[in-house]
Design a protein around this ligand. Structure first.
Ligand SMILES: [Cu+2]
Length: 205
């Protein structure tokens, strides 16, 4: 299944700039710096590996001290090479931090920067249905870069136990964390699911 970016709908990040959005834009500026650094990770052990981190750190620290954190782990830049390619349907799942809830996510691996949707199957950890008044929300962050998405995804119930989140957009390749936030009368809890966004496709490959 190929999901095209929606060119006609307004892009969420272009709405009125609230303080929250401004923070996200600042995070993007930070992210773009890192993206440029990670686009062509040199083979580990090569001479370029030793030279690049220093250059990256210098460039990053000109933007923000936080950006320097992203430049110190060249092994993380190599991980996306083994990730499923864009267009691949994937399913990831796990149990919430305090063990209350279970969430499984189904989506098609997006291109970097492509709007996509995620379907979430959420239940109690033992597989029993959530209470009818349960709410589910979805977010994604890059913990190593200390930023989230630039969009504000919207999650709506589809069927019993199933929710769909529209408006997800991973604007960088690399290590993301999906956060499925579940709230019921028994309490709020969060399922964290790691996902590696693969790099942009190389033309001709
Ligand atoms: Cu990032």
């Amino acid at each position: 299944m190929s999901r095209k970016p929606n060119h006609t709908a307004p892009v969420p990040s272009q709405r009125t700039l609230t303080p929250g959005h401004a923070a996200k834009l600042a995070a993007l500026a930070l992210g773009l710096t890192t993206l440029a650094c990670q686009k062509s990770p040199p083979p580990e052990g090569s001479a370029a590996t030793a030279a690049n981190p220093a250059a990256n750190t210098a460039a990053a620290s000109a933007v923000s001290p936080a950006a320097a954190v992203t430049a110190v782990a060249p092994e993380l830049a190599a991980k996306p090479r083994s990730a499923p390619l864009p267009g691949t349907p994937v399913e990831i799942g796990g149990i919430s931090k305090s063990g209350k809830y279970s969430a499984r996510l189904r989506f098609t691996v997006p291109q970097v920067g492509e709007l996509f949707a995620v379907d979430a199957m959420v239940s109690l950890a033992d597989g029993m249905a959530l209470p009818a008044d349960a709410t589910v929300a979805m977010d994604a962050t890059m913990p190593e870069h200390r930023h989230g998405m630039m969009t504000d995804p919207v999650t709506t119930p589809l069927l019993a136990g199933k929710w769909r989140t529209e408006g997800m957009r991973l604007h960088m390749q690399g290590n993301w964390m999906f956060h499925v936030k579940v709230t019921t009368p028994q309490g709020a809890d969060e399922v964290e699911l790691p996902f590696v966004q693969p790099p942009e496709a190389v033309p001709g490959l």
